[in-house]
Write a protein that binds this ligand. Structure first.
Ligand code: ATP
Length: 322
């Protein structure tokens, strides 16, 4: 571990605390529970369109000359970009290219080796612990596996951040939890259930409700559709869009799902593994609108979005045995 990344250890433990709670999870039994699609018949709350993002929006996150090195291995190098308030950004790229490391530096969970990351005008490395804690309350995380507490009811799972961070009367806790469950299309009966009684898609929606309960300014989605069928993936995509319409949030979506990237994002960043780039090449191979992905100048981008292995097959010697 590079000493510059020391901040990562404690914070990652904090980030993954919920993940650890998932051990011992009982597989969903489709026969004994309502199907996801039955649950989807619940009407979503009506949403007024609210396109607050414009290209003149203020900068929320500023990444300045960012590099991250782990044990001598450069994971991210010379990244310079700004994320505007209200943008929805999809971060794509092959496994191991640094998407997760990038996402964690954006929220101050990994300290850059060089350069800096600022949130709302304040550099993470210049914040006191109190400021860092206060700043983190402005973020919501939607984890890949939903990361719910198995021993708590759905109601208590969603109420958890509220009880931890705010002093609110029980009637308000109840109102806010039920409202957020409703907003993610879950019926009120779900509140009494436990995570093991829900399907994967329903758990993801509970995870989204929990991430939104403190009304974060930034929501980070880590592989939000992984492991879901195409219909349920699209339900999640719609929820990401709907969340964006409902609240003035900025969203970062780390995903391998090109349908998700195209559908929810107004900007796509494609990373490439540093070790496979030439010296003067930028690690961000693509930074633009999803509609331009197919016609990107860089062949590696076009191949990635089309799912073509291209010359990687030769590199991996897959054809060498003839
Ligand atoms: N804490 C760490 N210590 C050392 N190396 C790390 C650490 N975290 C990530 N890495 C390395 O950084 C590289 C990028 O990892 P990262 O998880 O960001 O990739 P990714 O693009 O998110 O991949 P995937 O799509 O498979 O999740 C990998 O080589 C990984 O082994």
């Amino acid at each position: 571990m590079n000493s510059n990344n020391e901040a990562e250890f404690d914070d990652e433990e904090e980030l993954h605390h919920h993940d650890e709670m998932e051990h011992g999870e009982i597989e969903h039994d489709d026969k004994s529970n309502p199907t996801e699609h039955e649950q989807d018949e619940v009407a979503y709350a009506e949403v007024e369109p609210d396109d607050t993002f414009t290209h003149d929006s203020p900068v929320l996150i500023d990444v300045d000359d960012l590099s991250v090195v782990f044990q001598g291995q450069t994971i991210l190098q010379d990244i310079d970009l700004s994320i505007l308030r209200g943008q929805t950004i999809a971060v794509i790229g092959e496994s191991g290219c640094g998407k997760t490391v990038f996402m964690k530096t954006l929220v101050g969970l990994i300290a850059p080796t060089h350069g800096s990351v600022s949130f709302d005008g304040r550099r993470f490395d210049q914040m006191s612990m109190t400021e860092l804690t206060q700043t983190r309350k402005r973020f919501g995380f939607v984890f890949q596996n939903a990361a719910l507490f198995d021993s708590m009811s759905i109601f208590e799972n969603v109420a958890f951040p509220l009880r931890q961070n705010e002093v609110v009367p029980e009637t308000e806790v109840h109102e806010r939890v039920m409202q957020h469950l409703f907003e993610v299309g879950l019926p009120s009966e779900v509140a009494r259930k436990y995570p093991a009684e829900l399907s994967g898609g329903m758990r993801k929606r509970v995870g989204l409700a929990r991430a939104l309960i403190l009304r974060p300014e930034l929501v980070v989605y880590d592989e939000p559709t992984t492991g879901l069928d195409p219909i349920m993936s699209d339900v999640i995509n719609e929820l990401i869009l709907e969340t964006r319409r409902r609240y003035p949030v900025t969203s970062i979506v780390v995903t391998h799902d090109m349908h998700t990237a195209r559908k929810v994002a107004d900007r796509v960043l494609m990373f490439y593994p540093r070790r496979r780039l030439g010296v003067d090449e930028s690690q961000v191979l693509f930074d633009g609108s999803p509609s331009d992905l197919e016609h990107a100048d860089d062949r590696r981008v076009r191949q990635f979005v089309r799912g073509e292995a291209g010359e990687r097959l030769k590199e991996m010697s897959l054809h060498s045995e003839g």
